[in-house]
Write a protein that binds this ligand. Structure first.
Ligand SMILES: Nc1ncnc2c1ncn2[C@@H]1O[C@H](COP(=O)(O)OP(=O)(O)OP(=O)(O)O)[C@@H](O)[C@H]1O
Ligand SMILES: [Mg+2]
Length: 249
């Protein structure tokens, strides 16, 4: 089981779009895949047409009082399951804090699935919190979509510094440029000469493309309605690059 998180402290950078599209690609290739929507906004659940609701709320789920299995739902796609969000996830930090090992609870909850799923995608809310610390413990790859602007680069710097402070392995952080608009001189200059602190920067960038926004109208992954779009192609290339990283291990 390979756990892949999409994470950034910043909101609206393409975390959910990435998790939704990559999970679809993984399942299409024949790998049993789970996507866990950890964001109380429930966007990944929405894209997969699954009601963002956990019976009894996130507290019982996080505290391991009920099998995670009971909450997992099938999607419209073969081999692709989803663990929905719940609005109570906004209190996830409190639930985690009460568990025995507050930073390793998500990792623990996923353990029983290690034979069932080949990939687990964690779609994280934008913040730095106990939830993020949990995903840093649970994930072997942490994809960080980064818009090529100075403020976003600064945010990435904060993430890498946090990893160093906590003694976490920074090689698991895999940033990539997201929502790139090459008509903008600023975007071009950053993408063409990325800063040194983005050590493991993936080569593939996802362009700004209104097709990605249209996923919200179609409520399907991109490749279902715009398979020939540039962004759909870029997600495929990005996915290949991520799998290469795993092969290198
Ligand atoms: N490559 C792209 N081109 C154009 N629009 C995009 C692209 N990626 C994402 N978007 C749009 O930008 C918005 C934010 O994207 P998304 O929800 O994936 O980001 P997020 O980081 O998960 O946000 P949040 O922090 O709120 O969870 C959405 O409306 C989405 O459709
Ligand atoms: Mg999101």
């Amino acid at each position: 089981m390979k756990v892949i998180a999409t994470y950034n402290i910043k909101g609206g950078v393409g975390k959910t779009a990435t998790a939704v599209n990559l999970a679809w690609l993984a399942a299409r290739e024949g790998a049993p895949t789970l996507i866990w929507d950890l964001d109380p906004q429930g966007a990944a659940s929405y894209y997969y047409r699954i009601k963002p609701k956990i019976k009894g709320g996130g507290k019982r789920l996080v505290q391991g009082k009920r099998d995670l299995d009971d909450f997992i739902r099938g999607t419209d796609y073969a081999l692709l399951d989803l663990l929905p969000a719940d609005f109570s996830y906004r209190n996830m930090d409190l639930f985690l804090d009460k568990s025995k090992n507050p930073v390793r609870q998500i990792r623990k909850l996923l353990r029983p699935f290690r034979k069932e799923y080949y990939y687990v995608f964690l779609d994280c809310p934008p913040s730095i919190s106990l939830v993020s610390e949990n995903i840093f413990e649970a994930a072997s790859a942490i994809l960080v979509p980064t818009i090529p602007t100075p403020l976003s680069l600064r945010t990435y710097d904060q993430i890498i510094k946090f990893f160093r402070q906590q003694g976490l392995d920074t090689t698991r952080l895999l940033p990539f440029f997201s929502m790139v608009d090459r008509r903008k001189e600023l975007h071009r200059s950053i993408v063409d000469a990325p800063p040194k602190h983005m050590e493991n920067l993936l080569q593939t960038a996802i362009p700004y493309d209104s097709n990605v926004e249209r996923m919200g109208a179609y409520r399907t992954p991109l490749a279902e309605f715009a398979p020939n779009s540039r962004s759909a192609h870029c997600y495929e290339v990005l996915w290949e690059e991520i799998k290469q990283q795993y092969r290198r291990e």
